[in-house]
Design a protein around this ligand. Structure first.
Ligand SMILES: Cc1ncc(COP(=O)(O)O)c(C=O)c1O
Length: 412
C-alpha cells in the first residue's frame, strides 16, 4: 500500500500557506534525493548507467540542482530547457537533447552546449549538419519508432500512430550519413512507455533496442556505444497500486545484456515522473462547499495548476489536512474556477466532510504538474516551495502575477 504520509505536518503546511499564499506547490527535498539514490543504486551494475532527468517534468532550477548533485544528467526538449542548463552551468555529456520538429536555432544551442543530440527524423540530418558547424560533437543518437513491434498506453499512444522516431530503414539510412561526421559515440534511443508500472515492459523495450542495434551495426557498419530506453517509469498514483520495482528492471536488463553478450553497451534512461512525481504536492484551500445536482468543493487551484486529471482523467490522491483519520462519508467533485467542466481534480471522490477554508493536499503532483500550467481564463500559475531536509522552506519560484500575464499585450 502506498505511503500517503506527508513529509511535513499540518502546522508546517499552514506556515507555508501563510508565508507564500495559496495554492502552492511544495516539493520534498529528502524524498527526491532518496528516489534519485534508489534509481542510481539499482542500476549501478550497468556499464556507465546514467539517468537524464526529463527537464519538462519539473523545469525548476532548484530541483534540477538537487538532481545534479545526485549525479543525474538532463534531457532537454527545447531552447528554453537548454537555456536553463546554460544558466546553471551544465554542459556536455550531462545533456541529452531529445526534441522533434526541431528548429536550426535549437540544434545550434544544443551543439554549442555539447549536448548529446537525439535525431527524431531523417529530414533533420541536413539541418543538424548545418548546426554542427558550431562545434564537434561527442555523442549523437537517433530515435527509433518500433511501430507495431510495441504497443503503447493512454498517455503515450500507440507507436504506429506516433509522430516520433524513425523506422528501421530510416535508422540505417541515418547512420550511413552520420558515420561520415566524425562523431565519437553513436547511440539509439526510444521512448514507448509513459507512466508504466509493469516492469517487463522495459526489458521488452531493451530487447527491441538490442535487435535494432545488431541490425544497424551489420547494415550500416557502425559501432553503437549506447542505448537510451527513454523515460516512463511509472508512479503508483492510486493507493492500491504497488510501487514500480525498479531493481527487477535493472536485474533483467543486466541479464539480457549478458545473454546477448552486450554488457559493453552503455545504458541511459530519461525518467522524470518516477523521481519527482511522488515528492511534489499541490496544496489548495477550499473556497466554497456547493450543492447542485452533486456536491462540489470549489478550491483556489484550477486545472491550469495541474491539468493531468482534466486532460487524461488521471487519478491524484487527495488528503483533507487534519481530517486524515475521519470516515470518507461524502462523494465530492473537487473543482477549480476555469470555464471548462473538465476543470476537476477529482470526480465523485469519497472524502471526509469538507468545510470552507479546509486545506486539501493533492498528492504526486511533482512531475508534469506545475510544468504543464497555462494561463487560459487569465489564471496565474502558483509559486513553488522546497521543503528542505532540515525542515526549513525556500521559495524556488514566485507566483505569477496578472501583470506578468498581460505583459506582452499591445494595448493601442
Ligand atoms: C522524450 C521524453 N523523454 C522522457 C520523458 C519523461 O517521461 P516521464 O516523466 O514519464 O518519465 C518524456 C515525457 O514526456 C519524453 O517525451
Amino acid at each position: 500500500m502506498k505511503d500517503l504520509k506527508l513529509p511535513l505536518n499540518k502546522n508546517e503546511v499552514e506556515g507555508i500557506l501563510s508565508q507564500y499564499g495559496s495554492p502552492i506547490y511544495i516539493y520534498d527535498e529528502e524524498g527526491i534525493r532518496k528516489k534519485a539514490r534508489k534509481l542510481k543504486g539499482s542500476f549501478s551494475k550497468l556499464h556507465n548507467y546514467k539517468n537524464f532527468f526529463a527537464v519538462k517534468a519539473t523545469p525548476t532550477p532548484a530541483i534540477l540542482k538537487i538532481l545534479h548533485e545526485e549525479g543525474m544528467g538532463f534531457d532537454c526538449s527545447s531552447k528554453t530547457e537548454l537555456t536553463i542548463m546554460q544558466k546553471m552551468g551544465i554542459t556536455g555529456d550531462n545533456i541529452f537533447f531529445t526534441s522533434n520538429n526541431t528548429s536550426l536555432e535549437d540544434f545550434q544551442l544544443a551543439v554549442q552546449l555539447g549536448a548529446t543530440i537525439n535525431l527524431d527524423d531523417v529530414t533533420q540530418i541536413s539541418v543538424f549538419k548545418t548546426a554542427l558547424k558550431d562545434g564537434p560533437l561527442n555523442r549523437v543518437a537517433v530515435r527509433y519508432n518500433p511501430g507495431n513491434l510495441k504497443s503503447g498506453n493512454q498517455i503515450i499512444g500507440e507507436p504506429v500512430e506516433a509522430k516520433y522516431g524513425m523506422t528501421q530503414d530510416q535508422i540505417i539510412q541515418s547512420f550511413n550519413e552520420l558515420k561520415q561526421l566524425n562523431i565519437n559515440k553513436l547511440g539509439i534511443h526510444t521512448m514507448v512507455a509513459s507512466n508504466e508500472l509493469i516492469e517487463d515492459y522495459f526489458t521488452d523495450t531493451a530487447k527491441i533496442l538490442l535487435d535494432i542495434v545488431d541490425k544497424t551495426e551489420k547494415e550500416a557498419g557502425v559501432k553503437i556505444s549506447f542505448i537510451n530506453l527513454g523515460g516512463g517509469f511509472g508512479v503508483n498514483y492510486k493507493p492500491e497500486q504497488a510501487e514500480l520495482a525498479i531493481n527487477k528492471i535493472s536485474e533483467s536488463i543486466e541479464a539480457l545484456l549478458k545473454e546477448r553478450d552486450r554488457s559493453d553497451l552503455t545504458i541511459f534512461t530519461e525518467n522524470g515522473r518516477y523521481i519527482t512525481g511522488p515528492h511534489g504536492y499541490l496544496v489548495t484551500k477550499v473556497r466554497y462547499v456547493m450543492e447542485k445536482f452533486k456536491k462540489y468543493i470549489g478550491v483556489d487551484a484550477s486545472m491550469h495548476n495541474l491539468m493531468r486529471p482534466g486532460m487524461y482523467g488521471a487519478y491524484h490522491h487527495i488528503t483533507v489536512l487534519g481530517k486524515e483519520g475521519l470516515e470518507p462519508t461524502n462523494a465530492y467533485d473537487i473543482v477549480g474556477s476555469l470555464c471548462e467542466n473538465n476543470d476537476k481534480f477529482a470526480i465523485d471522490r469519497k472524502l471526509p466532510e469538507i468545510e470552507e477554508d479546509d486545506i486539501l493536499v493533492i498528492h504526486d503532483a511533482g512531475a508534469h504538474g506545475h510544468a504543464m500550467g497555462f494561463n487560459y481564463n487569465g489564471l496565474t500559475r502558483s509559486a513553488e516551495v522546497l521543503f528542505n531536509v532540515d525542515r526549513s522552506t525556500k521559495l524556488i519560484r514566485r507566483a505569477e502575477t496578472t501583470d506578468q500575464v498581460l505583459q506582452n499585450v499591445i494595448w493601442e
